[in-house]
Design a protein around this ligand. Sequence first.
Ligand code: ZN
Length: 636
Amino acid sequence: MITHRSNSSDRDRVLESTDLVALVGESVVLRPKGREHLGLCPFHEDHKPSFAVVTHKGNAFYNCFSCGASGNAIDFMVHFHRMDFLEAMKFLAHRAGFELQGRSSSAPRATDPESPAALRRANDAALRFFQRSLADSINGQGAREALSARAIDSQSIEAFAIGAAPAQGDALAQYVERLIDHQPANPDERLDGATIRASFEAAGLLRRRGGLVDGFRNRVIFPIADELGRCIAFGARAIDPADQPKYLNSPETALFHKSKSLYGIHIAKRAIIHARTAIITEGYTDVIACHRAGVANAVATLGTALTRDHARVLQRLCDTIILIFDGDTAGQRAADRAVEIFFSAPVDLKICTLPDQLDPDELLRQPDGRARFDAAIASSEDALTHIIRGFRKELDARPGLSARQRTIEAMLSKLIALGLGTLDGIRRRFVIESIATSSGVPLVEIERALLASRAASPRTPEAPSPAAPLAIPVPVERGGRGRAERDFVSILLAWPAASSVRIPTDDGDAAPLSEFIIPSMFEDAAARALYEPVYHWIEAGKGFSMQDLIAELADPSIKALAIELYRQGATRCSVEGEARAGLIAASRALDRQSQRLQLANAPAATTPEELALRLAQIRAAGPRPSAIARTARSAP
Ligand code: ZN
């Protein structure tokens, strides 16, 4: 009998009986801190835990300090698991072991055939049909044989709700007609046949070929579920080798996005949270074989490489993702992609290559399979290390200085293209240090290259492109004079330590660089703008870096020039000795040109007072022309 308790008392009961930490903890790894539990926010791209579940004096709510998402258990189901309010209430009541009392129970009829509710209804009906077909002595025979050939036992069939699509081609279509005929008597709950058929079509379960035919025929059906175990799509493997393609998936719908879905996630989730590690295989049968062998934290992508969306799902659940490949070439290809994801998500990514080109299913069926599988997992290699190791080989094979330089540049620009430049904080330092360690490239070189890539693309930190040249045009230099100034600056920027060089003078002495070359000597305004801050650092005896300089510069085109010149300097000189020699040569060239300029530009003294002033300046400045230029230009 219906008791007339209000919906609000249902709501209170649902909230009172739900442990929010446990509920959220099934989707987000939470760690206790004081009275709160903290984790990575599932509502925005969170890189450090800013999501808190607070349970205090009978209140339970979640709150994100970063994006402001907040709410109670029902809100969490609505916003995170995309349920409607009533669905969330029912789900939580069922979870707590009671039925809703209010005037609630029947969901509103979904009249839009492409709505999530309509798609879900179609998928649920098809799931029952496929499971029944597998058990059917005639319809399920081919699928049962295919499953037993792959050693998939009845326990696995039940756990993964595996089914069969009959060979006849319109069996599901006929089943849908029977569903339409046997709807509830209550007219409020009935839908017209066209709407029901349309929802099966939208879910890819039926297709129009003149009349309606089955979307899947003569195939083993692997239902694909969301984290809560709700069927959102189907994967279908051909039974007859002549049927192509071998694997078919449901189309993308409001429920199913291939790039976000992981096969087996609903079964593996707890184990993934527990182990803080997810194992990613390449196919349905690999996942099933893993679970049967007790590797409970295995899931699979659905015919795609691991995407950022997958990583986003998994980073809530674990710290480490291990990608399994059955051969070296596939592993190499996937490593690039994996590193890209590693750079964009706060997870560690490892590559595991199984022995003898075996896939997990084949390996785990061998007598010592589990032990060999575990050994392979234990020796999986960090994705970044995997890439750098390839470069290390190249470096060792190409001993020449310029070849080495090119290889290092290629490695850095590849890593930058994969997103290295977008990293921040501790993770950035960790990555840079591991690149330095495994490549033998000095830390400071890597820092500089990164800095250059950042400054070059300030507006697109998400997607730096390796092929794109610097986005900001560099002002064109004018004549030999400008070139000499820029040559000088380029070496200095690439090799700040070389600025301690002393420049031999004509009188057999040697002068510090800052005494020899001063900013006011520069004709090229852009080169002068770069040298001015550097000059002051050198003069003050302070060390400096590209980072300091970039921070000092406001004009984006000057920043771009700094980076361009830095690159030129790094290409021109590959060791510090070369840079010192280069600086001496560039300084002397600049100084000679400066003398000529000085003589050519000096206005004739027209009065005795001017002449006296000029002579005083020359005497005060000492013997070098650059020093004369310096005092002359700083004179009022
Ligand atoms: Zn957030």
